[in-house]
Design a protein around this ligand. Structure first.
Ligand code: HDD
Length: 681
């Protein structure tokens, strides 16, 4: 239990204990019948209980976040490995014995609160550290760059991205004219757009995605010396994605897919963790970074140029007690910064410093949102700020101003000291020349992708642009792609009815291997993965037990799915309980599918056949033995490719090696090199 947990505990009020009362504490004798003039008569205005109950209900909603409205949060802690005094005085980065409490909220960007978890979208990764020097909020995303260079364009970007103004369509989707119109008129977006078209926009789990602070920040040590820094979160379970078709299906089958996954993992004690990594750039070296202005948030610094140094670990180990009170009311502010960390002049960051504080006023109804349990710092708050809606404390004394000789002896300083960077310049609305190039890092990203990643990117551009009605926008998009990579532009053009462009620029050929998800398999762990085993009458209970035991031993869960809920009869004539009926779930909610042998003919069941075909189509491990092979055959899965496909595990009969081979494939996530063009799922 962290100190933040203990602080929040003082605000808990369990449902369902003691006498039912009104908000005024008056005991209620009946909460099911309003006060009426006779049992069949009209309701009386004096019914204070009815009025209060309806008043409270009518005002339960608060404005959703203008972006990042849909999310999920969890509590946890951060611990630094070694003191980082050389770079910073920030307490939570210099004391390895301290577990700093955190609250983390993951989110999608485009959709409204009730939208789905798995659209093609950027994911938010916001961390609130409750440090001994006050709250530090690292409000990042799962992609290291941003669409625009200056925050003044943020409202335009978001308007273009969100549903269109006349009919509020489409929900949680960038595949519409407005978005592509905007980005093709704003070439600085091209780098982030290619990330959005990649599988990074479809995380398999919040627990399996990276996080980035995006901007360059500054660490400041005890001597006042500054070091530029970029923050990276690397998930212990590796970075893994869904495929787009699967993500779209999940949107219908389980719109809460990512938040459920996070919740269930924490409930099961499978605490997700990320390593914090820093890219440290001595101030003197800034101009050695060729072609990169560290103040430009549309550029990353390749890890091969400045390595990421692991410095600590973030662990999430407690689900919130109440979604609204904690996750919804969490107010992240980029301006929440602690001594030892400072901002830079990145113009996107500078605008964010205004926007986050400002938005909370509308969202949380006034300036006292910092008093809410989830936002309250662990450190004492002492100042002369006062009043406003929802003041939750009772300030005492009369010295509500500073300085004062009438009590209120708060001393000012030592405290946060702004890094004394000299600034000088004419007032002008102008962008630096060093921000002018917009394509080379998009090319770098493209060059760094594995062939399957490139295929997915092409398919994504084709899908998105294929939904754009205005041909001129499609043509403009292809022109931009032609400046990123000619072959990419040609492949996309062919899919969207646009004339192939003429090659105009040579690809620079540089790459950054660390950008490919093939490099991000992490520990290659089978932990928390989900395997579906399709069973029918005549299944061999012994074999299924062996399979299940092997899986549970390494933290992989197994669901037994049958044509109907209830039981199937094993080959020994004994009833075996199934987890659920196949028809109530879907292959897209599992990481692998196994079809063991059974007396009953599962290959005649279209649901089972589709289950296997779909899993195969999505690159998942698919295993079968004995009569289970018939299901794979009906699914048109080419069994002969098993010799070269490590995720297609087919055997005439079950062997003791089967579970091991399956779990190795599960650990590797998917086989995206599989040719699935002919599979009809
Ligand atoms: Fe933002 C929310 C991340 C640029 C204005 N943003 C928000 C959240 C995340 C980010 C993760 C959700 C926080 C939560 O869970 O409550 N935003 C980013 C990143 C950016 C970025 C990584 C670029 C590097 N944002 C950005 C700009 C502006 C905003 C340029 C405005 C100038 N963002 C907001 C906001 C939100 C927000 C309107 C909506 C809800 C909130 O702040 O609390 O103020």
């Amino acid at each position: 239990m962290t100190s933040k947990d203990r602080q929040i505990a003082t605000s808990r009020r369990p449902f369902g204990e003691g006498a039912l009362t009104t908000d005024q504490g008056i005991p209620v004798d009946d909460t099911a019948n309003s006060l009426r003039a006779g049992a069949r008569g009209p309701t009386l205005l004096e019914d204070f209980h009815l009025r209060e109950k309806l008043m409270r209900f009518d005002h339960e909603r608060i404005p959703e976040r203008v972006v990042h409205a849909r999310g999920a949060g969890a509590h946890g802690y951060f611990q630094v490995y070694e003191p980082l005094d050389e770079y910073t005085t920030a307490d939570f980065l210099t004391d390895p014995d301290t577990r700093t409490p955190v609250f983390v909220r993951f989110s999608t960007v485009q959709g409204s609160r009730g939208s789905t978890d798995t659209p093609r979208d950027v994911r938010g990764f916001a961390v609130k550290f409750y440090t001994r020097q006050g709250n530090f909020d690292l409000v990042g995303n799962n992609m290291p760059v941003f669409f625009i260079q200056d925050g003044i364009k943020f409202p335009d970007l978001v308007h273009a991205l969100k549903p269109e103004p006349h009919n509020e369509i489409p929900q949680a989707a960038s595949a519409h004219d407005a978005f592509w119109d905007f980005v093709t008129l704003q070439p600085e977006t091209m780098h982030h757009v290619i990330w959005l078209m990649s599988d990074r926009a479809l995380p398999r789990s919040y627990r399996m995605m990276q996080g980035f602070g995006v901007h360059t920040f500054r660490l400041v040590n005890g001597h006042g010396h500054g070091t530029f820094v970029k923050f990276h979160w690397k998930p212990t379970l590796g970075t893994h994605s869904l495929v787009f078709d699967e993500a779209q299906l999940i949107s219908g089958r389980d719109p809460d897919y990512n938040r459920r996954d996070l919740w269930e993992a924490i409930e099961a004690g499978e605490y997700p963790s990320w390593e914090l990594g820093l890219q440290l750039i001595p101030q003197e070296r800034v101009f050695e970074l060729d072609d990169i202005d560290i103040l430009d948030p549309t550029k990353l610094i390749p890890e091969e140029v400045v390595p990421v140094t692991p410095v600590g670990r973030l662990t999430l180990d407690r689900n919130p007690d109440n979604f609204f009170a904690e996750t919804e009311q969490a107010a992240f502010c980029v301006g929440n910064i602690v001594p030892g960390i400072d901002f830079t002049d990145d113009p996107l960051l500078q605008a964010r410093l205004f926007s986050y504080l400002d938005t909370q006023l509308t969202r949380l109804g006034g300036p006292n949102f910092t008093q809410l349990p989830i936002n309250r710092p662990l450190t004492p708050v002492r100042n002369q700020q006062q009043d406003g809606l929802h003041q939750d404390v009772v300030p005492t004394g009369r010295a509500n101003y500073h300085p004062s000789s009438r009590g209120g002896t708060m001393q000012v300083g030592p405290g946060f000291v702004t890094y004394p960077e000299p600034v000088d310049g004419p007032k002008e609305r102008k962008r630096s020349e060093t921000f002018a190039e917009h394509y080379w890092q998009a090319t770098l990203f493209w060059n760094s992708m594995a062939p399957w990643e490139q295929e997915h990117i092409i398919a994504a551009y084709r899908f998105e642009l294929g939904k754009v009605g205005e041909m001129t926008i499609r043509v403009r998009a292809v022109e931009h792609l032609n400046r990123i990579d000619h072959d990419l532009a040609v492949s996309v053009a062919r899919g969207i009815g646009v004339e192939e462009p003429v090659k105009s620029i040579d690809n620079h050929g540089r790459s950054s291997p660390a950008l490919s998800q093939e490099q991000h398999d992490g520990a290659g762990s089978p932990r928390t993965r989900r395997v579906a085993v399709l069973v029918a009458d005549g299944a061999d209970a012994r074999v299924i037990a062996l399979l299940r035991d092997a899986c549970t031993e390494v933290g992989t869960s197994v669901d037994l799915l049958a044509a109907t809920d209830g039981t199937v009869t094993t080959s020994d004539g004994v009833p075996m309980e199934v987890t659920r009926a196949m028809s109530t779930t879907s292959s897209v909610l599992y990481d692998a599918v196994v079809v063991p042998s059974a007396a009953a003919d599962l290959s005649a069941d279209g649901v089972a056949v589709h289950f296997a075909a779909e899993a195969y189509k999505h690159g998942k491990p698919v295993g079968a033995f004995g009569r289970g092979l018939d299901v794979l055959q009906r699914a048109q899965i080419p069994l002969t490719t098993a010799t070269t496909d490590p995720a297609l595990i087919v055997e005439e009969e079950f062997t003791p090696d089967f579970p091991h081979t399956l779990l190795t494939a599960v650990s590797a996530h998917r086989n995206f090199d599989r040719d699935v063009t002919g599979i009809p799922a």
